[in-house]
Design a protein around this ligand. Structure first.
Ligand SMILES: NC(=O)c1ccc[n+]([C@@H]2O[C@H](COP(=O)([O-])OP(=O)(O)OC[C@H]3O[C@@H](n4cnc5c(N)ncnc54)[C@H](OP(=O)(O)O)[C@@H]3O)[C@@H](O)[C@H]2O)c1
Length: 324
């Protein structure tokens, strides 16, 4: 089968398409004939050598796929050969065939294409588990999401709409700002022109309930300052660095929670719990069109280098997808 491979970490040019043996499945797994694979920032970090596959996971890039079931293990009950599915996978997505665990594979919600389905797993599992399960999000809270037009950001903004949250977001350009406005967000700050910290401090005297951040760096102390009493800072990335000099006094005085998580290393049963909640609370909104999958661009597997360059340039709005 065709699969994307790199011999050593480095820039996008290290990626190449090679021929590999089709992987074996165990009795609880399925083999998916991959049609599309979603591209995520963690793939870039893995390619750069800073996010190796956990033990037992495929070293091939790709954490989410959509496609057609090609083979099932002897104990698989919920799927049959020929089903249209999407899955959160333990690596291996950038390939013609990918192994998926039954418990974190799902039938594609009605009205969603295979191309769109590939963009769902990584971001929706991550956002739901952090904002709702970890952050205990409830209705009508004030929530700040940094990077509103990233894959993660767009998923978060749409989930927050279901919770009638008062949403704040940051973006790097005016066109990204316009996009977030069309998504219904009221408070959008272009961080290259506006100081989100000063603006929110003036507008929201009582502060913010929850902040979802993957920027880190100097945002960490600004985030802590913007939170209200008992507020929560949830970090799911540190694009601008994780080492900072911090005055933690506000954590004590405002009873703040600083938390975070990373999805990939969690076990299948935890990921299956997230999927059950998504099926119940989010998938109906994919089916009725209230939540949409926003795709920035689609690249053929042979153009995988271009797809990584597009993500790294940072001009994308929404997800980048690989057509296998
Ligand atoms: N912990 C987990 O389980 C987990 C899982 C998935 C992803 N992640 C993390 O989540 C982040 C987003 O992932 P993704 O796949 O959605 O990536 P993505 O689409 O490439 O998003 C990255 C975004 O960061 C924004 N950004 C950069 N600097 C910023 C700043 N100073 N302020 C606000 N926004 C800024 C960029 O947009 P602008 O042009 O607006 O700057 C860009 O759109 C990554 O850091 C990734 O590693 C974590």
């Amino acid at each position: 089968m065709k699969a994307v491979h790199f011999d050593h970490p480095g820039p996008p040019d290290v990626l190449k398409v090679i021929d590999l043996k089709v992987p074996e499945i165990n009795k609880k797994q399925l083999l998916i004939n991959v049609k599309y694979a979603g591209i995520n920032r963690p793939d870039i970090v893995q390619r750069q050598g800073n996010y190796p596959a956990p033990p037992g996971h495929s070293t091939i890039l790709g954490l989410e796929v959509s496609g057609i079931v090609k083979k099932i293990g002897s104990e698989v009950k919920k799927f049959k050969v020929g089903d249209r599915v999407a899955a959160l996978v333990n690596g291996g997505g950038y390939a013609e065939c990918c192994v998926a665990e039954e418990e974190i594979t799902f039938k594609i919600p009605k009205n969603i294409s295979l191309q769109h389905a590939a963009t769902i797993p990584e971001c929706y599992f991550t956002v739901w588990s952090n904002l709702v399960m970890r952050g205990k999000l409830t209705e009508n809270q004030k929530v700040l999401v940094h990077g509103g037009t990233s894959g993660i950001g767009i998923s978060a903004l749409q989930i927050l709409r279901l919770f009638k949250s008062d949403v704040f977001t940051t973006v790097g350009t005016d066109s990204k700002k316009k996009f977030c406005k069309e998504l219904g967000v009221q408070n959008i700050f272009n961080y290259n022109k506006e100081d989100f910290f000063e603006e929110i401090k003036i507008r929201e005297k009582d502060g913010i309930d929850i902040i979802l951040d993957f920027v880190g760096g100097d945002y960490i102390s600004k985030n802590l300052n913007l939170l209200k009493n008992d507020g929560k800072l949830i970090n799911i990335g540190f694009q601008n660095g994780s080492k900072v000099n911090l005055n933690l006094m506000k954590v004590m005085l405002k009873r703040l929670t600083i938390t975070g998580s990373t999805l990939r290393v969690r076990n299948t049963s935890f990921k299956a719990q997230i999927l059950e909640q998504l099926k119940k609370f989010v998938f109906p909104y994919f089916e009725n069109g209230k939540i949409k999958c926003y795709i920035d661009s689609v690249f053929k597997i042979d153009d995988v280098i271009m797809s990584h360059k597009r993500l790294e340039d940072g001009n994308h709005i929404g997800k980048i997808v690989l057509k296998i």
